[in-house]
Design a protein around this ligand. Structure first.
Ligand SMILES: N[C@@H](CCC[C@H](N)C(=O)O)C(=O)O
Length: 289
């Protein structure tokens, strides 16, 4: 099977092009687990499928490292947009991509030699009600700076769905957070029936934040695009950021610019890049699980 490995701010996925080969009869859950495994596979945060769509220009599906299917992937979308334009499947610089979390519009910026470096994505409207995240409790209420105790420790959660569910917590220094222990505890808390991505945010000033994430299904990653958008929405709701202006989000893998605009849409701009192209021997992943 031919593949392309790409990354957006170090959030790396193995991409399969299903526009010409539908890859029927493949167990995608097992494929994602095998491919993501660094010893028996390629090593990645998951896999992404580039597919035809019945109503949008293209469709994207994302599977996390543990084989679970995500509803959206902000960093993956920029990579998919770059791939589609560079490989001439997309002929315009602006086009639509269907995801399980809804349709999004992407706009690519081709550089001097025609290859795309930057991509802007209209990620749509954030969803704030518990029933939309989803979260236990009154389905029509929002969760903004709500106390939450886990393992004897108190946190304050602000919850936002950008297609994917995100719990955002403000701290003095994201660098000091023991993500590998606290992340999975919150991800699997019964408050979140579909689990949750867990993000920690330090506000640097009214237009700049630091953000680290524990991703549902993949663990610690260098960046999360939907998470960066959720972090900006959460910080704005808590009156920690200026409204409607571009916010710089510093992630371990690099920076993203995010803007929550007057029409309630969240925009995200950042880079996308190739790592390698190759052919996968499915038999090599047999021992991984
Ligand atoms: N890394 C992604 C999000 C991938 C899916 C997520 N782990 C989920 O299952 O909700 C991004 O850049 O948004």
């Amino acid at each position: 099977m031919k593949f392309t490995k790409m990354q957006g701010l170090g959030n790396n996925y193995v991409f399969f092009n299903l526009l010409e080969d539908p890859m029927d009869n493949i167990d995608l859950v097992e494929l994602s687990k095998q491919v993501s495994d660094v010893n028996f596979g390629i090593g990645s945060d998951g896999i992404i499928l580039i597919c035809p769509s019945e109503h949008a220009d293209f469709r994207m599906r994302i599977f996390n490292k543990d084989g679970s299917e995500g509803k959206n992937c902000g960093n993956g979308l920029r990579c998919v947009a770059k791939y589609l334009y560079d490989h001439m499947y997309a002929t315009e610089t602006k086009f639509t991509i269907e995801t399980l979390g809804g349709d999004v519009t992407v706009e690519v910026e081709p550089g001097r030699f025609g290859e795309v470096k930057y991509v802007t994505v209209d990620m749509g409207e954030p969803k704030l009600l518990r029933e939309m995240i989803p979260m236990a409790g009154d389905p029509h209420s929002m969760v903004i700076n709500e106390p939450f105790i886990i393992n004897g420790q108190e946190f304050h959660l602000t919850c936002v769905s950008m297609g994917n569910p995100h719990a955002i917590i403000f701290v003095d220094d994201v660098g000091q957070v023991p993500l590998e222990t606290i992340g999975p505890m919150i991800e699997h808390d019964p408050l979140f029936p579909e689990r949750v991505n867990v993000g920690f945010v330090t506000v640097k000033n009214r237009q700049e934040i630091d953000y680290r994430v524990w991703e549902r299904g993949s663990g610690i990653t260098m960046a999360c695009g939907t998470g960066a958008c959720a972090a900006v929405v959460a910080a704005t709701l808590n009156n920690k950021l200026d409204k409607y202006v571009p916010i710089t989000v510093h992630l371990p893998g690099g920076d993203l610019t995010v803007r929550w605009d007057e029409t309630n849409h969240v925009w995200k701009k950042g880079e996308a890049a190739y790592i390698c192209h190759g052919e996968l021997d499915l038999r090599s992943g047999k021992q991984a699980s």
